[in-house]
Ligand binder design. Structure first.
Ligand SMILES: [Zn+2]
Length: 344
């Protein structure tokens, strides 16, 4: 039987590391990789090795000036010489190329119908990286490089990016801000790093209405997040009809994460995956690619990623109902997205 779900995991992704403490370190993924090597998962998943993203692929998104700048900083003695979070050492750039290339590898397999969906378990993460600036642990914007690659290589005209990391995906927003071909939806905790992602940041020129932000109160939990995903993603997918759904999958909104105050449970990550699977089934021949962003508590990160993988592996298509939530409903009522999309 063909394996329907692919993953990228590779020990070389641990080579970006420093002696100083940082929440973004190889320890995030070590146990998870071990668990996934276990036959319970290994027999069911199609595992692939990442290739390194080439400079042509990276330069579709990032400026040459930025690439030269980080290459120089990677040689400095102080790993924090470029940015206070985003450390750079000699292996950093190659590791970041592998992280982006791992996403491209899975994108190819999905487009060639070898697999239906996949999860690129890569690091460093990417969604904060802007064309000319790395930040928030992100060196290359993996999901943006993947979207641009899909446009160039497969001629895709409608790509939907959903970002449920607890932080706003400022880099991805910035990169596709004027595009109507890449629709980005970010759900994140309000007033948290990088302090962008307000409801009135809707895109510009042709891209107006194709950049949607849902900044949420930290008191919002599974119920509100499920309501909003169901309502917004459900209706928007139906109207936009993406050819693939890409997910910036960050797990730092989990209740056991100290980096945020949001309180999602492990179970929610399974529910959202089931919802996205159904949307991908309805719109785009099941094409669905998860790309790892944040998630800094290795225990809750492992449990949450495994919950996503379990949901991806499920053979039967389940339906998650949309619960009632007055608070989330009120938030949507005041959102300018109604000018562009119907939510009923
Ligand atoms: Zn994050």
């Amino acid at each position: 039987m063909n394996k329907k779900t692919g993953i990228i995991k590779d020990q070389r992704l641990f080579n970006h590391r420093i002696e100083q403490a940082s929440p973004e370190n190889p320890g995030r993924l070590k146990n998870l990789y071990l668990t996934l090597a276990n036959p319970t998962y290994g027999d069911k998943l199609a595992g692939f090795s990442p290739r390194e993203a080439g400079s042509r692929e990276i330069e579709r998104i990032h400026s040459k000036f930025y690439l030269d700048q980080i290459r120089a900083h990677a040689l400095a003695t102080d790993p924090f010489s470029y940015d206070r979070d985003t450390y750079l050492m000699d292996e950093s750039i190659y590791t970041a190329q592998l992280a982006a290339g791992g996403c491209l590898e899975l994108a190819d397999r999905i487009m060639n119908s070898e697999i239906k969906n996949g999860f690129a378990l890569v690091r460093p993460p990417g969604h904060h990286a802007e064309p000319g600036r790395g930040m928030g642990f992100c060196i290359f914007n993996n999901i943006a490089i993947t979207a641009a690659y899909l446009q160039k290589t497969y001629g895709l005209k409608r790509i939907l990016i959903f970002d449920f990391d607890v932080h706003h995906g400022n880099g991805t927003q910035d990169i596709f801000y004027d595009s109507s071909q890449v629709l980005t939806v970010s759900m994140h905790q309000n007033n948290l790093f990088p302090f962008t992602g307000k409801i009135d940041e809707l895109g510009k020129d042709q891209g107006v209405g194709y950049n949607l932000n849902l900044p949420l109160f930290s008191q919002f939990g599974d119920l509100e997040y499920t309501y909003l995903t169901g309502k917004v993603m459900g209706h928007i997918t139906e109207q936009f009809m993406p050819q693939i759904i890409l997910v910036s999958a960050g797990f730092d909104a989990h209740v056991d994460e100290t980096i945020s105050d949001t309180t999602l449970t492990t179970k929610w990550f399974g529910s959202v995956t089931t919802m996205l699977k159904k949307l991908a089934y309805d719109a785009c021949d099941e094409r669905l690619l998860f790309i790892l962003e944040g998630g800094y508590n290795p225990i809750s990160l492992e449990a949450s990623v495994l919950t996503v993988i379990d949901a991806l592996l499920e053979a039967k298509l389940s339906i998650v109902g949309i619960p009632e939530s007055e608070r989330a409903k009120r938030l949507l009522e005041n959102h300018p997205l109604h000018k562009f999309w119907h939510l009923s």
